[in-house]
Design a protein around this ligand. Structure first.
Ligand code: G4P
Length: 540
């Protein structure tokens, strides 16, 4: 009998599961590629080229996958490095930004925030950061594209604090930020790491160790850059935050790394520090109990459902994040929300497109389960008899709204069926307008592309043509006050009162200004922008 306790301890401690959050074009694909390169999951850099030809395909990785015959996909990428087992969760960006992008963060133990050094903190990063902050997960910041002119690094630190409300601790410090990048000063190792230039570099950079005021650095850098570096480091040491692992773990302080993914400068040191500082899967607190990842009872929750990945089958794939115990193919588990015992005997598809069947997996890993329609977002699977139920997946605020009706009224039944299905998958949010007695539903989505997906899928899967009338609303807020009749509220004339699928009252607003106006006019009104407020954060 193998020692399962020891096995779990070992496997949990070497797992690091994280997501990269960024704004499109900051270099997420490039950074991911370099990380995979270090992990040996791909052999050659330069697959960026392959990706380019396929830039707006659903998955940037499909091409690389085909070419190299490896298991990287759009959903999860697993690779080994220095005896760590790393799971990178892909957060769909570009125009396929949707609620899935947010939900993925619920399955991550930490996040890497990637920022374009010249652009600073951008819109999509702010939204994703907000979700990470709510969950209290540690955030590691990589400031990319330092090979080009960038913002002043002090200015960037100030911007991160002002816009995101988190303080940062620079792990290294850039030298030459006006398009004359020389390298970085590594604060921990007290060494200068020189930038060799080049494209898609793979070679090690040279480094020189010594105190920052060591004359050897003056020779290396020239007095202009050396003087500036000495001043900067002195200022950081005096006025900056102290390195504090506890604060990093609790998401109060973000370690800041400067580098360049494309030229492969600073990526390996970043990876190594990240692996040392980032948490492995931790204890999860639910309302009933605490779940220790090293418990011998398997548990996990569904955080994403993807339909019809194979167009010839009407199947769905449910993505499950393992929280405790060991997964083995064919095991029986309790589907807690349905109150049923189910055998995970259907081929277990790992990592979406490739559909490799896996034999075993551990906490922190993501597995794809064949779903004949039995799973919902937030469902718990559990092996034991106890009362284990995870808190469910929050519903994130939609930003685009439309009134949607079937073009042919005779198709109403199929229309409702299709809408129900897509809302169960979490691809759309369904609202009913309650202040007027009309039938038409209001559909809300996080990314505008979801309307195209809705139209396409209703036509192809349910034979229903849609009439979509875009509405001017941009924000949905749930009303937290119990028993409040929303019709009695004094709202701006452009706001509309709706009810969500679970009968909760919400208000749709056109802009932030109207939200503030509603709050000012109705002093007791409590509005929230994420529906499930009780989703517990992990404890480390
Ligand atoms: P994304 O997934 O976050 O959207 O970004 P992606 O990696 O596709 O990178 C966006 C662009 O930024 C790409 O250029 C990429 O080469 C470039 N880039 C990424 N990292 C760096 C870096 O460290 N330095 C510099 N200078 N550029 C970087 P592109 O012209 O859009 O595509 P391509 O021709 O490089 O394929």
């Amino acid at each position: 009998m193998p020692d399962i306790k020891a096995e779990l301890k070992k496997e949990v401690s070497r797992r690091k599961t994280f997501a990269i959050i960024s704004h499109p074009d900051a270099g997420k694909t490039t950074l991911t590629e370099k990380l995979l390169l270090y992990g040996g999951a791909i052999r050659l850099a330069g697959s960026v080229k392959a990706r380019k030809a396929n830039k707006y395909a659903v998955s940037d990785w499909m091409e690389i996958e085909k070419q190299r015959g490896i298991s990287v996909t759009s959903s999860v990428m697993q690779f080994e490095y220095n005896n760590f087992c790393i799971n990178i969760l892909d957060t769909p960006g570009h125009q396929d930004f949707s609620e899935d992008t947010y939900r993925t963060l619920v399955a991550a133990d930490s996040a890497v925030m990637l920022i374009d050094g010249a652009k600073g903190v951008e819109a999509q990063t702010i939204k994703l950061f907000h979700v990470c902050k709510l969950r209290g997960i540690p955030i590691f910041t990589f400031v990319n594209k330092m090979d080009r002119a960038s913002k002043d690094p002090f200015e960037l630190m100030e911007e991160i604090e002002r816009v995101l409300g988190i303080r940062s601790y620079p792990m290294n410090w850039p030298i030459g930020t006006e398009g004359d990048f020389k390298g970085v000063y590594n604060r921990k190792l007290k060494q200068i790491e020189l930038f060799g230039g080049g494209e898609h570099g793979q070679s090690q950079v040279s480094s020189t160790v010594g105190k920052v005021d060591d004359p050897i650095f003056a020779d290396l850098l020239g007095s202009h850059y050396h003087d500036k570096l000495c001043e900067d480091i002195e200022l950081l040491d005096m006025a900056g935050d102290e390195f504090d692992k506890k604060k990093i773990r609790s998401g109060e302080l973000t370690p800041l790394f400067f580098g360049s993914a494309m030229t492969n400068f600073g990526v390996q040191p970043f990876l190594e520090e990240f692996l040392e500082l980032a948490p492995s899967p931790g204890v999860i607190t639910t309302s009933e109990t605490e779940i220790d990842p090293e418990s011998d009872k398997f548990s996990g929750f569904i955080f994403k459902i993807q339909a019809n990945m194979n167009p010839t089958h009407r199947d769905r794939l449910a993505f499950l994040r393992i929280c405790s115990g060991k997964f083995t193919k064919g095991m029986s588990v309790k589907h807690v929300n349905a109150g049923k015992e189910i055998r995970l005997s259907q081929p277990q598809q790992f990592m979406a497109q490739e559909r490799t069947i896996i034999e075993e997996a551990y906490p922190g890993d993501i597995i794809g389960l064949f779903d004949p329609g039995i799973f919902n977002l937030g469902d718990t699977l559990y092996e034991g008899n106890g009362n284990v139920k995870f808190e469910g997946i929050p519903i994130f605020p939609a930003e685009h709204f439309a009134r949607v009706t079937p073009a042919d009224t005779m198709k109403r039944k199929q229309f409702i069926k299709g809408i129900d299905q897509l809302s169960e998958e979490g691809a759309i949010q369904v609202f009913k307008q309650i202040d007027i007695g009309i039938e038409a539903l209001i559909i809300g989505v996080v990314g505008a592309l979801q309307f195209e997906v809705l139209e396409y899928r209703l036509k192809n899967e349910y034979g229903v043509q849609l009439r979509i009338q875009n509405l001017p609303y941009r924000h949905a807020r749930w009303i937290e006050n119990e028993g409040l009749d929303p019709r009695k509220l004094n709202l701006p004339s452009t706001a509309v009162i709706v009810e969500d699928k679970l009968g909760r009252n919400s208000i749709l607003f056109e802009n932030e200004w109207s939200i503030r106006m509603a709050e000012e006019r109705n002093k007791d009104l409590k509005l929230v922008d994420i529906a499930t407020q009780d989703f517990k954060v992990r404890k480390f």
